[in-house]
Design a protein around this ligand. Structure first.
Ligand code: GRF
Length: 204
């Protein structure tokens, strides 16, 4: 499956996906990394791995979301993209674009959905005195962070955690969860698209 990865920032999840794609039997081939800003650190990492990159800067289109998304769609068609993985992509997509890619676009969110959709999830989980937190990979639907869940990974919250220490623990789990969920989704094998990981506190 010809895969595009969308980023806005450091792209650590993108790197984890690109790493997985290098395995011979992995069912996705990364053909494009797309960023909505030229300053996205992940662009350099993608180039270093020989992956085609493109910047479609949303600011160029003012507030016109559909024009921005038509430009993205043109790039996807140019590269015959079949599947999209959002990885730290911080733009909300309109129902027009989501409708075109329903069932072929997934996202990773740093919480155990449906808890804590939206931003600042680690701070909110700590404030809510949760004992477990984690990350979710889901199909992208019109509602933000609410599509069908493909997989989740849980991590403990410790009493002395700060949003940063918790975010770092979740990010490690994200890098394991996302490649497994992408594989399940592109394999379109409904049974295998049930990915569950929990941090084994005794794990090395
Ligand atoms: C991660 O917490 C991810 O869950 C969220 O963006 C953050 C940064 O991801 N989507 P990355 O390092 O840019 O992949």
């Amino acid at each position: 499956t010809r895969l595009a990865i969308f980023i806005s920032g450091t792209g650590s999840n993108m790197e984890a996906l690109l790493e997985a794609c290098e395995e011979d039997d992995y069912p996705a081939k990364p053909v494009l990394v797309l960023a909505n800003k030229a300053s996205a650190g992940g662009l350099e990492k993608a180039k270093a791995r020989g992956i085609q990159t493109v910047v479609v800067d949303h600011k160029v289109f003012g507030g016109d979301r559909e024009a921005f998304e038509h430009a993205i769609q043109a790039e996807l068609e140019k590269h015959d993209v079949e599947f999209i993985a959002l990885a730290g992509f911080m733009r909300v997509l309109t129902p027009w674009f989501i409708g075109k890619w329903e069932g072929k676009m997934i996202n990773i969110h740093p919480s155990l959905l449906p808890s804590f959709p939206g931003l600042h999830t680690h701070q909110r989980a700590i404030a809510a005195k949760c004992r477990l937190h984690g990350c979710s990979v889901h199909y992208v639907t019109a509602g933000v962070d609410e599509g069908p869940i493909i997989g989740q990974a849980a991590v403990p919250i410790f009493p002395d955690d700060t949003p940063d220490t918790l975010a770092a623990r979740v990010l490690v789990a994200e890098h394991k969860l996302y490649p497994a969920c992408l594989e399940a989704a592109v394999s379109d094998d409904q049974n295998s698209s049930y990915v569950q990981m929990s941090d084994d506190p005794d794990a090395p």
